[in-house]
Structure formats: structure tokens, C-alpha cells
Design a protein around this ligand. Structure first.
Ligand SMILES: [Zn+2]
Length: 348
């Protein structure tokens, strides 16, 4: 991204942040670790691909430099590879670019490299210099003279790291929402556990049941609300994967998901489209019928600027509502054709 555009977007995010925290002027708050960085420290703020660049991701957002390098060596590394495989019918997990530098023959670890050739056969290279004399002797015995009769196994780091791939999907989902809604999304306190999981990809903080598959889908990355299992929640779709995120009024949403199967029918999903332009301006709420899906309390002086996007079950188009003065509201509330609904904001 050109540095002028980067500065422009960071400026909008900084004004957005100030509507929640007036004390953080001219600053960026990393959406994943919540570190506050003054805009003058531009080098500490990184552009991050929402879907890893290696997997053709073009959508970008901003995170701090530390988070970006951590994700690059953890979740993004595995996530990018698995998406490439999913995109290309000619690839399999065997073609993963990430392979461990060893394989196992008759239970003995041998340093070397392997690849799968176009005909489907496997080739192995054994690094004589990197194995002990005992191991080399074993290799000689196995392969010397007569055709070898050996039991061989190949490590599949990409399968062993399935959990990091899952966290990659969660990270992309969270960041795409931040990319669209800015701090109206990332300052929601009920997402603390999600952030903790994203910034500690090796730990088991939330179960992987946030990731569902819809076998017949092949989505470009999208975010929106989905009505699924009689519930409406924020979601992210990519290829045949669906990530669901806890709505504001259901912080423990994943606990209730535990009993559901991972494969969903496309017809069970009713996606509600969000506007596709970033909304870094006034604080934003998202309401579905009488449920609070996205909400962060703005600062006192920004309260009257906040907007609400309202979805109803009978349409996938949203209505944008702006706040009005109390007297006007009380007058409208009493009108004959008015329907008055009160939605309780859960405690932080
Ligand atoms: Zn960070």
C-alpha cells in the first residue's frame, strides 16, 4: 500500500479510536494485542493480509509489527498452505511446501527430504552427513543389494498443525471484521477470549468448534451475519469454510455449539450481507431483530454520533438507523403506527 494511503486509513482509524477512548489521540490500537502505538511510530504498525499473501489474499488491514511477525511464523504459515491446497485440485497435503526434514524407516528417524512426484510416487533423499554412523549403517543394510522391504512413514506437519490452521481461520475472521468495522468491532470486551487465542496460537483457549464446513461452497472471503441452527451470529466465509463468532449478547456462544456437527448445508445458512465499505466513522451497532450482535459503548461525547445497522428476518438488506434527541424519540414512540422495542445491553 502506498504510504499516503496507509497514513490516510490509519488517520481514520485513529479518529475512530478516539470516539471510544478520547485519551488515545493520534494513536493506533492493535486489534489483536490491544497495544496502543502513536501514529508517529509508523514503523511499528504493519499492513497485514487478512488471508495470507501466499494464498492469494489481497484484503489487508493493520496490526502491530509484533503480532504480524508472530502470525507469519505460526497460524498464517499453515493456513496459507492449506488454502493453496484447497484451491488447487491437483495438490494434496503431500504437496505442502512445508515439509519436515526427516522421515521414519522402521521406527528410526532419518534426516533427509522427500517429495511426491507427478506420477504420485515418492522420492527420498537421505543426507548421509546429517545422520549418525549407526543410522547410515541401517540405511545401507536396508537398501544394500536386494530390494528393500521396509516400513516407511512420512511426517505431515500440515496435519499435525491442523490446530494452527484452525486458528488461522479464526484470525482471518476476526481481522476481516476489524477491517470493516474498525474499533466498533475490536473493542468488544466479550471477544477477549478470541484475542487471547489469536495471540497465543499454541494454546488451547477456545475449542475449534468455531470452524464449520459447507462442502458445496467455494466462497471468496466474505463477512456477514448468518442465521444458522436458529441463531444469528457474525460469520466469515472462505472457500468451503465458515467461521462463526460470538455475538455481543451471547458471549459464551461456543459452549452452546458443542453438540452440533461440523458440516452444514448451504441451505441452512442465511447470510445477511454487510455493506462492503469500511465503516471507521461513528461507533456502530449491529442489531438483528431484537438481538444485539455487535456493540461497544462509545465515549460520552461520541454517543450521539453512533449508528445502528438493523437487520430483520424478512430481508437481507439492512436499515441504517441514526440516533435522535430524546424528546423527538419520546414523541415518535407514542405515534399510533410505532412499535417500541427495548434491547438490553449485557454487562461488559
Ligand atoms: Zn499486536
Amino acid at each position: 500500500m502506498k504510504s499516503k494511503l496507509k497514513k490516510h486509513i490509519l488517520r481514520m482509524l485513529s479518529e475512530n479510536l478516539e470516539m471510544f477512548y478520547p485519551e488515545h489521540k493520534n494513536s493506533f490500537m492493535c486489534p489483536t494485542c490491544m497495544k496502543v502505538i502513536p501514529l508517529v511510530d509508523l514503523g511499528k504498525i504493519s499492513e497485514a493480509h487478512i488471508v495470507p499473501k501466499a494464498a492469494g489474499g489481497r484484503l489487508k488491514t493493520f496490526i502491530c509489527h509484533d503480532c504480524n511477525s508472530k502470525f507469519g511464523s505460526k497460524q498464517d504459515k499453515w493456513f496459507g498452505d492449506i488454502i493453496n491446497i484447497a484451491n488447487d485440485p491437483n495438490l494434496s497435503v503431500f504437496s505442502s511446501a512445508i515439509k519436515d526434514g526427516y522421515f521414519i524407516i522402521d521406527g528410526i528417524k532419518i534426516n533427509g527430504a522427500w517429495e511426491q512426484e507427478q506420477d504420485g510416487n515418492f522420492s527420498f533423499y537421505i543426507h548421509i552427513d546429517r545422520n549418525s554412523p549407526q543410522t547410515n549403517e541401517l540405511i545401507n543394510n536396508k537398501f544394500g543389494g536386494k530390494p528393500p522391504n521396509i516400513k516407511m512413514s512420512v511426517p505431515m506437519p500440515i496435519l499435525r498443525n491442523k490446530r494452527l490452521v484452525d486458528i488461522g481461520f479464526l484470525t482471518a475472521a476476526y481481522l476481516m471484521w476489524f477491517g470493516l468495522l474498525g474499533y466498533s468491532w475490536s473493542l468488544q470486551s466479550h471477544l477477549d477470549r478470541i484475542r487471547e487465542q489469536i495471540t497465543n496460537p499454541d494454546k488451547e483457549i477456545v475449542d475449534s468448534n468455531f470452524l464449520l464446513t459447507a462442502k458445496s461452497a467455494n466462497w471468496e472471503p466474505w463477512i456477514g451475519l448468518v442465521s444458522l441452527f436458529d441463531d444469528t451470529v457474525p460469520a466469515f466465509g472462505l472457500k468451503s469454510h465458515l467461521v462463526v463468532l460470538p455475538p455481543r449478547d451471547r458471549p459464551n456462544y461456543y459452549e452452546s455449539l458443542r453438540t452440533f456437527e461440523a458440516d452444514v448445508n448451504l441451505s441452512d445458512i442465511k447470510p445477511l450481507k454487510l455493506p462492503d465499505k469500511p465503516f471507521y466513522g461513528p461507533p456502530l451497532n449491529i442489531i438483528f431483530e431484537n438481538r444485539l450482535i455487535v456493540h461497544t459503548k462509545p465515549s460520552k461525547n461520541a454517543e450521539k454520533l453512533s449508528h445502528t445497522i438493523l437487520y430483520t428476518n424478512d430481508s437481507d438488506e439492512a436499515k441504517i438507523l441514526r440516533p435522535i434527541e430524546k424528546e423527538n424519540f419520546d414523541r415518535l414512540k407514542k405515534m399510533e403506527n410505532a412499535k417500541y422495542v427495548s434491547i438490553k445491553v449485557p454487562n461488559a
